[in-house]
Write a protein that binds this ligand. Structure first.
Ligand code: AMP
Length: 117
C-alpha cells in the first residue's frame, strides 16, 4: 500500500482509524503519532496529492477543511487557548503522506513555529 492510499482507505473505512468527523468533502481523524494532546488530520475525501496540486474547483474543499478545523477545535476544548494548523507541502516541508492534509494541533503551548534561516 502506498502512503497516499492509507488516507483513502481510512476515508472509506477500509482500515481502522479514530475518525472524529466526516462529511461529503472532508474526513478528520486522530494522528497515529500525536505530537500534542490534540492532533487531528483533516483530509479531503478526494485524493489531492499536495497543496500545490489544488485546482480552482477545489476552493470549496479548502474552505471546508478550515471550517471543520475550527469546529473540531471547539469540540476538543482547545479553541479558547488556541491551536495551530499546519499543511506540509512536499519534501522540504517534510510531507510524508501524499494525500493533502491539514494538521490540527493544540492542548498545550506549541512553541515557536520556525527555526532560524
Ligand atoms: P505529513 O508529514 O504532514 O505528511 O504528516 C503525515 C501524518 O500522517 C503524520 O503525522 C503521521 O503520523 C500520520 N499518519 C500516517 N499514517 C497514519 C494512520 N494510519 N492513521 C493516522 N495518522 C497517520
Amino acid at each position: 500500500m502506498t502512503e497516499e492510499m492509507i488516507f483513502s482507505k481510512i476515508i472509506h473505512r477500509e482500515i481502522p482509524a479514530d475518525i472524529v468527523y466526516q462529511d461529503d468533502l472532508v474526513t478528520a481523524f486522530r494522528d497515529i503519532a500525536c505530537q500534542a494532546p490534540t492532533h487531528i488530520l483533516i483530509v479531503p475525501n478526494k485524493l489531492i496529492p499536495t497543496l500545490d496540486e489544488v485546482a480552482e474547483e477545489d476552493e470549496i474543499i479548502l474552505g471546508r477543511m478550515m471550517l471543520v478545523a475550527t469546529k473540531i477545535a471547539k469540540r476538543e476544548g482547545i479553541a479558547e487557548k488556541g491551536y495551530r494548523l499546519i499543511v506540509n507541502c512536499k519534501d522540504n516541508a517534510g510531507q510524508e503522506v501524499y494525500h493533502l492534509h491539514m494538521h490540527l494541533l493544540g492542548g498545550k503551548p506549541l512553541g515557536s513555529l520556525l527555526g532560524s534561516c
